[in-house]
Design a protein around this ligand. Structure first.
Ligand code: PLP
Length: 382
């Protein structure tokens, strides 16, 4: 089986993990967490980077620090991985779902704008704008845009909305390590951004996450509440209800080994993307995800669109080529089916029915990629 997306362990991961094991520093203390945070901070250009146990926890902490609670409404895409919505749900906030764009597959920012114009009023509170739903009086607490497949959201438009309406952006950039726009990294535009190091992501710690922020106060609080809000470790004095969301040293050691090799991984991902685009262009009815010209996405997981997706999916999987459809849209999941879903053409459901992801691991062999390409060409020639 040619796998869809697996980690590539080829650097100092063994050495650093062995160091943790040899010294006994496997858990909450040790130097690798700091080193890994520093490496991510340097790579992304974020002022602060706070490690946590996974991306979902990073989103949850971020929403918490944006003071999101049950009096708030949070705006999120309908086409995403369930963790985006789960993290919002943990805060008790109400969720408004927004459809995707047909070409970039990212959240449709014009729909957000239209919904805000029609349904909300903006007041100036202590010199700053804040926006409330007219019917319920609930505050629009945050927008959580997702960088679908590491591609860029319409960040300029989102930043405009954010400042006009006084709504913070919590960027779900979990899939976007290595994605830049005009040299600025995904996840460094909003109040916070979150990176994931889950097993299928572009680099992995097994499980892990990182909160990015330029806000010192948020950074300090993020570290504090993700480490049980401990003020004094001798006396076990904790000054608020915190979370045990810290990343352990042994996982950070793997992360450090991974990020040291990231440029090689990223280069290979872009090669794989380039070859697929070249080879599959014009085959059957295949269409690719569109990226804005000023963006430089990480090409994490190659995905394309075809009307015969489910047949192709069966064909590839039964020929030893692991392939996957997109996520089931949030409005089709039982716990989220009653949410308000803002859409004109329901593109997210069309994308779900038509998109397929194919093997894109950075250690994908050239011969294996050729096999994937020829299997797809075969399928359409039948
Ligand atoms: C991976 C992912 C997350 C969650 O990250 P975990 O580290 O798996 O908790 C959230 N949102 C999206 C879009 C993701 O792809």
């Amino acid at each position: 089986m040619i796998p869809l997306s697996v980690p590539k362990i080829s650097g100092n991961e063994w050495k650093y993990v062995k160091d943790c094991l040899d010294t006994g520093w496997i858990s909450s203390a040790g130097e690798y967490v700091n080193k890994f945070e520093l490496a991510i901070k340097d790579y992304t250009g974020s002022k602060y980077a706070i490690a946590c146990i996974n991306g979902t926890a990073g989103l949850h902490i971020s929403l918490n620090l944006a003071n999101i609670g049950s009096d708030d409404i949070v705006i999120a895409p309908n086409l995403t991985f369930v963790a985006t919505l789960n993290s919002i749900s943990y805060t008790g906030a109400q969720i408004i779902l927004i459809d995707a764009l047909n070409d970039s597959w990212q959240i449709d920012v014009n729909l957000i704008q239209k919904w805000l114009e029609k349904n909300t009023e903006t007041k100036i509170i202590k010199g700053k704008p804040a926006t409330f739903q007219k019917s319920s009086g609930k505050k629009i607490g945050a927008i959580v845009p997702v960088y679908v497949l590491g591609g860029f959201v319409e960040i300029d438009k989102l930043l405009e909305i954010s400042s006009k309406y006084g709504i913070p952006l919590i960027e779900d950039s979990t899939e976007a390590l290595g994605s830049f726009k005009n040299k600025k990294h995904a996840g460094t535009f909003g109040l916070t951004g979150v990176i994931s190091f889950n097993g299928n992501k572009i680099i992995s710690t097994g499980g892990g996450g990182m909160i990015l922020t330029d806000n010192k106060e948020i950074a300090i609080k993020a570290k504090h509440i993700s480490t049980t809000a401990k003020k004094d470790s001798l006396h076990y004095f904790h000054d608020e209800i915190g979370y045990n969301y810290r990343l352990v040293n042994i996982l950070a050691a793997i992360g450090l080994g991974q990020i040291e090799n990231f440029n090689t991984i990223l280069k290979r991902k872009k090669e794989i993307d380039f070859i697929y685009r070249n080879e599959l262009n014009g085959i059957g009815d295949i269409k690719f995800q569109k990226n804005s010209p000023s963006s430089n996405p990480n090409c994490w997981l190659f995905t394309f669109r075809t009307k015969t997706m489910s047949k192709l999916l069966n064909y590839l999987n039964s020929n030893g080529i692991q392939s996957r459809p997109f996520w089931t849209p949030m409005n089709r999941l039982p716990m989220y089916s009653k949410l308000n879903y803002i859409s004109e053409y329901d593109y997210s459901n069309q994308l779900y029915e038509q998109c397929i992801s194919i093997p894109s691991s950075s250690n994908l062999k050239q011969s294996d990629q050729e096999m994937v390409v020829s299997a797809i060409k075969n399928f359409y020639n039948k």
